[in-house]
Design a binder for this molecule. Structure first.
Ligand SMILES: Nc1ncnc2c1ncn2[C@@H]1O[C@H](COP(=O)(O)OP(=O)(O)OP(=O)(O)O)[C@@H](O)[C@H]1O
Ligand SMILES: [Mg+2]
Length: 338
């Protein structure tokens, strides 16, 4: 087996993990959500400063949790892109320092490959080929995974990401940050059919998404209701918005799984297995609806634990198993996003 220590600091979670092959030995996540909540979203400078304070204790906790020392590792890995540049630099610099001190190889990992690779971890790792819907704070895309080392983008959002839309909707509804989980909680007591919000891009035969029109429709609905009525109808608004996001994801996922629509067949044909990735994949309604879809269409479904959907370093270590690491001291010259 291969023992890998990975760091992930691309956004607002400071993460370190140790994996042994497909088995997670430790997975430490220090969330900064509370530090950003009062701003209603992530402040890049605040994120970088918190990463600086947290990264060493988080790495120590991951090594201690796995009961290993730096010298026991086969290699290290770190998220190299995409993400907030100041935040990425903290992880990349720390990983370079640790790897150089131990004389170990280091792999720079693409964050989205990490979200795909969460599906390669125990329990029940999935093997390519499979179709992966990645819906996160910064990205929404359908990935065709035919090889564990890479993925092909089959369709992606033309504007906002699904998670970004949920975060902005939560802000409009006064539900705080992070918005996805807050909308999900609020929606539990709401009626998803109460407001007729648009289902964008569904007549478009491609596999792309769009969420900005949906966000504007919510804004108009809130304005029309006025502050008091909007507060009274908050659960219905949250439920309707969540349902509209999930419906759009479902339509495109089904189309991709079938290998296109009647109007337009897609190259590569249909898929037999489906997986999810990214923070929005922690959403209960989405998981339920995708499970129903797979049942109906006879597709194998892989759902990872919710804590492996949002940012974590175990997924980065998992992706690193399929990347060629750079031997010491070759990585000392490379930088985040260089
Ligand atoms: N239960 C949930 N339901 C819906 N959305 C959720 C849930 N939990 C988290 N999210 C959303 O997931 C997003 C965070 O996901 P993730 O941590 O993967 O994103 P990111 O790393 O910021 O972006 P990216 O991966 O694109 O760089 C946020 O937009 C958050 O609101
Ligand atoms: Mg992410």
């Amino acid at each position: 087996m291969t023992l890998i220590l990975a760091l992930e600091t691309s956004c607002d979670d400071t993460c370190a993990a140790v994996v042994d092959g497909a088995a997670i030995r430790s997975n430490v996540i220090s969330s900064q959500a509370a530090a950003h909540a009062r701003y209603g979203g992530i402040v890049p400078e605040v994120a970088s400063r918190h990463h600086l304070e947290l990264v060493n204790p988080v790495v120590d906790a991951a090594l201690a949790g796995a009961e290993v020392e730096l010298g026991d590792l086969d290699s290290l890995a770190v998220t190299r892109e995409p993400g907030l540049i100041g935040a990425l630099l903290v992880g990349v610099s720390t990983a370079k320092g640790l790897a150089a001190a131990a004389g170990k190889p280091l792999a720079g990992v693409d964050h989205l490959h990490g979200h795909v690779a969460a599906n390669f971890l125990e329990p029940g790792p999935i093997e390519p080929p499979f179709l992966c819907l990645i819906a996160s704070g910064g990205h929404t895309l359908l990935a065709g995974v035919r090889d564990a080392r890479r993925y092909e983008v089959l369709g992606q959002t033309l504007d906002d990401a699904a998670g970004e839309a949920l975060d902005k909707a939560a802000r409009m509804l006064g539900l705080g940050y992070p918005g996805g989980p807050a909308i999900e909680r609020e929606a539990e007591s709401g009626d998803p059919r109460a407001f007729d919000l648009p289902l964008a891009m569904t007549n478009d035969p491609r596999l792309d998404f769009s969420f900005s029109g949906l966000k504007t429709s919510l804004l108009y609905a809130v304005r029309e209701l006025g502050p008091e009525r909007a507060a009274e109808r908050r659960a219905d608004l949250a439920a309707s918005f969540q349902a509209a996001v999930v419906d759009q994801l479902l339509v495109k996922l089904r189309r991709a799984a079938r290998g296109g629509s009647k109007r337009r067949r897609l190259p590569g044909g249909g898929w037999r297995s489906v997986a999810l990735g990214g923070g929005v994949a922690a959403n209960g309604l989405l998981r339920e609806r995708v499970a129903e879809l797979c049942e109906r269409e006879g597709l194998e479904l892989k759902l990872v634990a919710r804590e492996l959907c949002t940012d974590n370093a175990a997924m980065i270590a998992s992706a690193a198993r399929f990347c060629e690491p750079t031997p010491y001291p070759g990585y000392l010259g490379w930088d985040a996003r260089s």
